[in-house]
Design a binder for this molecule. Sequence first.
Ligand SMILES: [Mg+2]
Length: 212
Amino acid sequence: MNLLLIDKDGTLIKTKSGEKFVNKPWDQEALPGVKEALKYYKQRDWKIIIISNQGGVSAGHKSLESAISEMRFCMELLPEIEECYFCPDFEGENCYRIWADDFIHYTGDSYSVCELEIKNQFRKPMPGMLKLAAHIECAEKVWYVGDRDEDEQAAAAAGLNFMWADVWRMRFTPGMYEARQALDIEKRFIDLEDFELPEIKREPIRKSIFEE
Ligand SMILES: [Mg+2]
C-alpha cells in the first residue's frame, strides 16, 4: 500500500461562497481535476488521508465541532478520502484524527512514549501530523501534496516526498496539461507511481491561491 497525504484548503477544495476561508462545513467544493485525480490514485491502491491546519478554531472563526463536521463533509464530497488529521491550535499541541463516525484526539503527550518526538509539532510547517500518519500507516511509499510553503516545509521536516497541488491536479484538469506544454513551463505532470527516490525541494517558491 502507498500513502497519499494531502492538504485540504486550496489543494482539494475551495469555498463555494467565494470567502477566503471555510468557516461553514458545507461551504466547500472540489477544485477542478481533484475528483479525477483521487479516483486515479485510489484505483491504484493508494490510501488517501487529509492533513490540515485548522487555526481558525483557535482564532475563533469556527468551533472544534464545526471543524470536525468540515472534515466529514469533505470526506462525503470526496469519498476516496478515508481519514483526516487536523491541528486546531497555533501552538501545535493537539491533533484530531477524524473518520466518518469516530475520532481520536492526540496530544504531544499521547506520543511521548514512542520515538516520533512530535510534542507540540502538529501545526504545519512542523512535521508532527505527517510523521504520525506515516508512522501509523507504515506505507511503502509516502507523498505529501499541498499548496503552501508550510506544506513543503512540513514534508521536508518529516523527510517525505512533496508535490505542489497544481502539478498533482494538472493531468486531470481539462486543458491544463496542454496549456503548460504549449507555454513550455517547467512543471510537468509527474506520476507518483513512477517515483522511487524522494525529491524534496527546500526553497519555498510559490504562494497559495488563498493569498492572492
Ligand atoms: Mg492549503
